[in-house]
Design a protein. Structure first.
Length: 248
């Protein structure tokens, strides 16, 4: 159904979880990849696994997406071979009450979720605009709609900001042929949520109408659709993939 042959996708957070699943799915459907992650070892493993499986090109850059300089180096290194697709999936959480969070901790969470989207969008839309076509997908969260757990203030603030930043991106680049959408996953089984105790995971599962966590490939399926030409009239949208959580 989906064919990304001839397109190159840059995926941040590509070494793990949702970013890994989206990168694999894009590659399986013909895309060449540029993977960015601060986990250099994880990146090597994932890049070799994907390229062996799909025979597509997979470039990897071990970078911190919160650092503008790191992203500029990637941009320069790619030269004329800039991506057609941008996926912002890097992220993490810092769970502390507001009374204990330092300013640096608060900003570090906002930076990975919001500043990185701004910097990647500014840099990698240049090539897309030149070609008159591009697609961006930012990973938001059901945390953009609800405060799910205690002690997640920078995370929920960052995720709400991603959703609105995506809409602003959609409007600003609509005349360049670039679409920008976000996906808001519910509870997905990745290293990020595997950090929770069994007790917390059970209590979260109980809140999901489908009665289970989602799998990373289920977010990748949504990503394939939004990044493909089947979504040619969709921009500025947020697709919630949460097993029914927000419908309650
Ligand atoms: P994960 O922990 O499996 O993967 C996140 C990746 O981002 C890791 O490989 C990590 O090294 C990378 N990363 C973090 N900070 C970075 C930085 N500064 N520079 C470069 N790479 C960095 O987590 P998961 O679950 O795959 O999360 C992916 C995205 O999905 C995140 O934005 C997360 O907030 C979002 N999300 C996850 C949900 C879940 O239930 N797992 C639910 C909703 C949203």
């Amino acid at each position: 159904m989906f064919d990304f042959t001839g397109r190159t996708a840059l995926v941040t957070g590509g070494a793990s979880g949702i970013g890994h699943a989206i990168a694999s799915a894009l590659s399986e459907h013909g895309a060449d990849l540029i993977l960015l992650d601060r986990d250099g070892d994880g990146l090597k493993t994932v890049a070799s696994e994907i390229s062996q499986k799909t025979n597509r090109e997979v470039q990897q850059f071990s970078v911190d997406v919160t650092l503008r300089g790191d992203l500029e180096k990637v941009h320069e290194n790619l030269g004329e071979a800039q991506p057609d697709i941008l996926v912002n999936a890097a992220g993490f959480n810092c769970r502390k009450p507001i009374s204990e969070l330092t300013e640096a901790e608060f900003i570090s969470v906002l930076n990975v979720h919001v500043l990185a989207c701004f910097n990647t969008t500014q840099l990698f839309t240049v090539g897309m605009a030149r070609r008159g076509k591009g697609a961006i997908l930012n990973i938001a969260s059901i945390a953009a709609y609800r405060t799910l757990l205690p002690r997640v203030s920078p995370y929920v603030a960052g995720k709400a900001a991603i959703k609105q930043f995506t809409r602003a991106t959609a409007l600003e680049f609509v005349d360049k042929g670039i679409r920008a959408n976000s996906v808001s996953p519910g509870f997905i089984d990745t290293p990020l949520t595997q950090q929770h105790s069994d007790e917390v995971r059970k209590s979260l599962t109980d809140t999901v109408p489908m009665g289970r966590f989602g799998e990373p490939y289920e977010i990748a399926n949504a990503a394939l659709f939004l990044l493909s030409d089947y979504a040619s009239y969709i921009t500025g949208a947020d697709l919630v993939c949460d097993g029914g959580f927000l419908s309650k």
